[in-house]
Design a protein around this ligand. Structure first.
Ligand SMILES: *[C@@H]1O[C@H](CO)[C@@H](O)[C@H](O)[C@H]1NC(C)=O
Ligand SMILES: *[C@@H]1O[C@H](CO)[C@@H](O)[C@H](O)[C@H]1NC(C)=O
Length: 264
């Protein structure tokens, strides 16, 4: 291989010898030595370029490989511009390391939960609506604008329902079955929707195993750093695009095409 390369370079050297002789002094190379020494000199001269070529090619391959895993978004979202990443150390959710979303429902805790999703219903322009993979509906009385809810807000809302039913007996009177949103059928939908989302995002953050004195055994610890979508940035987008109160009982003409009608 080395021999072949040397031969190749020698040929190039011969072809360009006239041009080279004027350049060698400039570059500080002396090609007037023995043929073997000059061959080695030429090899050294080309070495950086060979390395650059190899690095460029391997980098291109690496870039192509990571591109398909790091930027998978192919379904259009009007909120793509709001996606940012940040490192978040999760809260363990036990003992002293609890979040403001935990504990028996109270006015304060419920308020925190509402803040998570209360701007969830968004108003988007027709230009965005036209790019959606699934057609949505125009907002009655607001020509040129359409309504959507980003999945994250639907799920947080759903999770809050699950939480409310779990604590029902401790906090509320009567039967939760009388509240439509808390029916087992609806919560079954919520849980399955959250299941799919967890699988969809498939967080691969490794959780370390630590020794839990209380249980006298090894168990995973969850309070570790994660690479996260910046939720606040997405909520800010939703706040900016909040639809406010949408009249959900009026069907209006949609210039983009027939409205999707669900028959379930
Ligand atoms: C959205 O579009 C996909 C792909 O065409 C389709 O399978 C799905 O049923 C649609 N969903 C709704 C709610 O229309
Ligand atoms: C609430 O408590 C009652 C009586 O203990 C029990 O029968 C019922 O199943 C409980 N409901 C829920 C939703 O936990």
């Amino acid at each position: 291989m080395k021999f072949l390369l040397a031969q190749g370079y020698q040929r190039v050297e011969q072809e360009q010898s006239s041009e080279k002789s004027s350049r060698t002094s400039l570059e500080g190379f002396d090609t007037s030595g023995s043929p073997i020494a000059s061959r080695r000199m030429i090899w050294y001269r080309w070495l950086p370029w060979v390395l650059v070529a190899i690095l460029t090619i391997t980098n291109c391959y690496a870039w192509m490989a990571t591109r398909s895993t790091h930027f998978p978004e192919s379904i259009f979202s009007p909120a793509t511009s709001a996606i940012k990443y940040k490192t978040v150390i999760f809260q363990a959710g036990i003992d002293s390391d609890t979040s403001p979303y935990q504990g028996k429902p109270s006015q304060e805790i419920d308020h925190e939960w509402e803040e998570l999703h209360k701007y969830g219903v968004s108003r988007i322009p027709m230009s965005d609506a036209a790019q959606l993979a699934n057609r949505t509906s125009p907002i009655p009385g607001d020509e040129g604008h359409y309504v959507v809810i980003l999945e994250v807000f639907h799920q947080l809302h759903c999770l809050q329902h699950v939480r409310r039913r779990l604590f029902w007996n401790e906090t509320e009177q009567g039967s939760p079955d009388e509240v439509e949103a808390l029916s087992m059928k609806h919560l079954d939908h919520c849980i399955d929707s959250i299941r799919q989302s967890l699988m969809c995002s498939a967080d691969v953050t490794p959780l370390p195993y630590v020794w839990w004195r209380k249980y006298d055994q090894l168990m995973p610890a969850t309070a570790v750093a994660h690479t996260c979508r910046d939720f606040e940035a997405i909520r800010d987008w939703a706040k900016e695009h909040r639809a406010g109160k949408v009249d959900k009982h009026t069907q209006v003409y949609d210039p983009l095409g027939d409205q999707v009608v669900y028959d379930v």
